[in-house]
Design a binder for this molecule. Structure first.
Ligand SMILES: Nc1ncnc2c1ncn2[C@@H]1O[C@H](COP(=O)(O)OP(=O)(O)OP(=O)(O)O)[C@@H](O)[C@H]1O
Length: 245
């Protein structure tokens, strides 16, 4: 249903400075409570899609719609207020600060600061580990646990959509599983998720919709399970078919 669409990028053209376009007519839709995963080769433009969606990079052409409103040209702060959080690539937890202080940083953009206690209770409910480690210095947490703190910080504004740029980067396979479980937790909390992942096959196993990007366009899109089952896509973009033993 069209009304379920939280975030829509339509026919986006975007690039950096005077350099050639990176996105060349890209369209993607994300619905409430749905995980959409962007996969594709290095340099295909996956992170650029997130930068455009979060207002960090203005598109040259095309429109961005958030909760039914045209937000094309708005910056990250405005989009944050409109219900969109972006968890950047790499690690953005402040290790010297406590978990609580890190979460509070996510609350600064709230216009009404009186809702903060209720929001803290909400993120502790969604991510119990964050509540358990609330007073600990964030640097004492494992890499996967720190990522959960980043997710929780993004949820403080009670966003409608969260953008996740390679959340499993640098984590061992067990921690990658935990991170994908946490993405599922966000989906179950009703948040729409637009995810970029190098771990394409594993991410698609968890996602609802997959989008294969190549040369700045959507090469193929559909239910993630169907993309995984497509032998051509598998060979071209997902590192070949998994061994059957
Ligand atoms: N800040 C920037 N300035 C100039 N060019 C950039 C910048 N960021 C990315 N690019 C270029 O845009 C293109 C797409 O990059 P992007 O990071 O979106 O790809 P990606 O699909 O996320 O790649 P990867 O899987 O390697 O992270 C690349 O050619 C890259 O060199």
């Amino acid at each position: 249903m069209a009304s379920d669409i939280v975030l829509e990028l339509d026919d986006i053209q975007a690039g950096y400075g005077k350099a050639a376009l990176v996105l060349r007519g890209l369209s993607v839709q994300v619905r409430r409570g749905e995980v959409v995963c962007l996969v594709g080769p290095n340099g295909a433009g996956k992170s650029t899609v997130l930068k455009v969606a979060s207002g960090m990079l203005k598109p040259r052409e095309g429109t961005i719609t958030l909760n039914g409103k045209d937000v094309t040209g708005q910056g990250p702060q405005q989009l944050l207020r409109g219900g969109l959080s972006h968890v950047l690539q790499g690690h953005s937890v402040f290790k010297e600060m406590t978990v609580e202080e890190n979460i509070m940083l996510g609350g600064y953009s709230l216009k009404d600061q009186s809702v903060l206690p209720e929001r803290c209770a909400y993120v502790k409910e969604v991510f119990p580990l964050v509540g358990e480690r609330w007073n600990d210095t964030a640097g004492l947490l494992s890499g996967g646990q720190q990522k959960q703190v980043e997710f929780a910080r993004a949820l403080v504004i009670r966003p409608d959509v969260v953008l996740l740029d390679e959340p499993s980067m640098g984590l061992d396979p067990k921690r990658v599983t935990t991170i994908f479980e946490q993405v599922d937790v966000m989906r179950k909390a009703g948040v729409a998720v637009l995810l970029v992942e190098q771990n394409a096959r594993r991410a698609l196993e968890m996602a609802d919709i997959g989008c294969v990007l190549d040369l700045g366009k959507v090469f193929a899109t559909g239910p993630a399970r169907e993309l995984l089952a497509d032998p051509k896509l598998s060979d071209l973009y997902l590192g070949g078919r998994p061994a059957t033993t």
